[in-house]
Ligand binder design. Structure first.
Ligand code: HEC
Length: 164
């Protein structure tokens, strides 16, 4: 019985060694195959290159001169006479939104221009100023929505308030 056990142990050792060497041989062969093709094999596992999608693609094919329903799409400004002059003069320092979000009379716009000239370094607009004011006063005029009519004083029946 004792002898059998020793033989079993021996056989196990032999098997381990021969298997181990097979693994070495097999691994060595794999390495030999792998090395010359390493680059192409590695690249199979690389993440795919990024694609231009969504906003990038649409920004790329967005027409800078597109006008929809009288609005110049890229700036959001109304597309009207003198638009080009106003866009050139008024969007170099700040967004066109600052213009389109404001409403004023011609005089009000003139004052805003004077304020920017006095404090923000806006240059003299020269002969363009009239055209710029035409555009602003026409397209960004104050809109008096929902103002009630003045009371007709003659129709009102006045009464004296008695305080005592
Ligand atoms: C030299 C630079 C410059 C140019 C060009 C310029 N602006 Fe301005 N503007 C400014 C600055 C700076 C402000 C203040 C911005 C802020 O408060 O964030 C301003 C503010 C404004 C405002 C807001 C005023 C308020 O009371 O809030 C309006 C409206 C405006 N600009 C309209 C115009 C128009 C119309 C033109 C073209 C005639 C123009 N801007 C050109 C510099 C400029």
């Amino acid at each position: 019985m004792k002898k059998n056990k020793e033989i079993d142990l021996l056989m196990l050792l032999v098997r381990l060694v021969t298997r181990g060497s097979w693994i070495l041989v097999f691994g060595g062969l794999l390495a030999l195959i792998y090395i010359p093709y390493a680059d192409s094999i590695n690249s199979m596992f690389d993440p795919p290159p990024p694609q231009l999608t969504g906003s990038y693609a649409s920004a790329a094919d967005m027409d800078p001169d597109k006008v929809v329903d009288g609005i110049h799409v890229a700036s959001g400004m109304k597309y009207d006479d003198n638009f080009m002059i106003v866009r050139a003069a008024c969007t170099s320092c700040h967004s066109a939104k600052l213009v389109t979000q404001n409403r004023a009379t011609r005089e009000g716009w003139k004052q805003m221009i004077r304020w920017m000239q006095a404090t923000q370094g806006l240059h003299d607009l020269g002969k363009d100023e009239g055209k710029i004011l035409d555009y602003l006063a026409k397209n960004y005029a104050p809109e008096d929505v929902g103002r009630r009519k003045s009371l007709d004083q003659d129709v009102i029946e006045w009464y004296t308030l008695k305080l005592e």
